[in-house]
Write a protein that binds this ligand. Structure first.
Ligand code: SAM
Ligand code: SF4
Ligand code: SF4
Length: 370
């Protein structure tokens, strides 16, 4: 691995983006380590900021209404640009890529992007997170294009609760059908994400566990997070993962399982006596920033080094300016420098900040990808 000297990158900063830092010398620019010793391993790519759901905790209807300014098409990264960033990120250490959004299956031609990524980066673990609304029809074509696995979001088995949470009256039966179709297409084991909100769907915790126990799918209970600035987050609405494990454990005894790999976000719990496992994601009550190896590429081509970042780094300008030939190394150095300067740990310091202060500045999850 080469040791690089300091280089100069044209600094870009607008009111919406951060100035790209300069790579400091004496470091391995092909495997950058951030200020806390964390490597870059995962890239989440938001392929659209649009969604056909209005989950109350993510894109509340009152904000994401008919007047909401979604990105114009020209602002979106093209598939070629996305693949270019993915390839360069892979050179820097990225082993896992997750396509997300917004609702990624709404991006026209998503199968073509998957095929391009799968062909250019055969060794990369390529996955996608979806609300499941268009998954039944697309499951086989996604698999054929090279997608390895899929994560489906599902907040309740109770139809009325589910319809109220997605806030567009989408029936739960269609998502359950989509999960079956994805499994039949070979996109399993399927992870099922349930965001738990007190008084809204916490009565469904044990039902969800019971329903998917023994199915081969893994339900992951996610603590409701204060992402973005519009979801009206309050700590009182959070059900701690410890409480989720306790409630399920009353009916189905659980034992903690080892992580699959260092830095795994979900804590794994196995059913005693078989039936598979569940996961809990405790971003609020047990921050996992110390092992966070994720970068996010927003729909409009900015790199965010934290889900709770206030601004990103404008990579699109680098992609669109300058000659293609020499530019890959410039982009690689820019990404390495951004990672090298990273010090994020929002979840660790969340409680030290006033919520109003944080609320005023964070970007929406649908824009940078959950
Ligand atoms: N639309 C797709 C979906 O819903 O699966 C992908 C994008 S969505 C932003 C990615 C994940 O983030 C989903 O599993 C969703 O439930 C989760 N999410 C969104 N807002 C959240 C919040 N405030 N707290 C915790 N998880 C959240
Ligand atoms: Fe859409 Fe996913 Fe956000 Fe729900 S969580 S509004 S499905 S992007
Ligand atoms: Fe990673 Fe930021 Fe989440 Fe901490 S708060 S785990 S640094 S994305």
């Amino acid at each position: 691995m080469p040791i690089r000297e300091p280089i100069n990158i044209v600094p870009i900063a607008t009111s919406r983006s951060l100035r790209i830092p300069i790579l400091t010398g004496g470091v391995d620019a092909r495997a950058p380590v951030d200020t806390r010793g964390r490597r870059l391993r995962d890239l989440r790519i938001s392929v659209t900021d649009r969604c056909n759901f209005r989950c109350t905790y993510c894109m509340p209807k009152e904000v994401f209404d008919a007047n909401y300014d979604f990105l114009p098409h020209a602002e979106l990264l093209t598939f070629e640009e996305i693949v270019r960033v993915a390839k360069i990120s892979h050179e820097l250490g990225v082993e896992k890529i997750r396509l997300t959004g917004g609702e990624p299956l709404l991006r026209r031609g998503i199968e073509r992007l998957i095929e391009m990524l799968a062909t250019s980066l055969p060794g990369v673990d390529l996955t996608l997170t979806t609300n499941g609304s268009a998954l039944k029809a697309k499951a086989q074509s996604l698999k054929d294009a090279g997608l390895k696995r899929v994560t489906v979001s599902l907040d309740s088995l109770d139809d009325a609760t589910f319809r109220a949470m997605n806030d567009v009256d989408f029936p739960v039966a269609k998502v359950l059908d989509a999960i079956d179709a994805a499994a039949a297409a070979g996109l399993g084991p399927i992870k099922i994400n349930m965001v738990v909100k007190r008084g809204v769907n916490d009565h469904q915790i044990v039902d969800m566990a019971r329903h998917f126990k023994g199915s081969g799918h893994i339900v992951r209970f996610i603590e409701f997070m204060d992402v973005g600035a519009t979801n009206g987050w309050r700590m009182d609405d959070v059900i701690a993962s410890a409480e989720v494990v306790r409630r399920i454990g009353v009916e189905f005894p659980l034992v903690v399982a080892d992580a699959n790999y260092q830095g795994e976000v979900a804590e794994r719990w196995r059913y005693v006596g078989g039936g598979g496992e569940i996961g809990v994601i405790s971003s609020v009550t047990q921050a996992f920033c110390a092992t966070c190896t994720r970068a996010r590429l927003s729909t409009d081509g900015q790199i965010f080094t934290c889900l709770f970042a206030e601004k990103g780094f404008d990579i699109k300008s680098l992609l669109r300016n300058g000659d293609k030939k020499g530019a890959d190394s410039m982009i690689r150095d820019a990404l390495a420098a951004i990672w090298q300067h990273r010090a994020d740990g929002y979840s660790e310091i969340r409680t030290a900040r006033s919520h109003d202060e944080a609320k005023a500045r964070k970007v929406e999850m649908s824009f940078i990808g959950g």
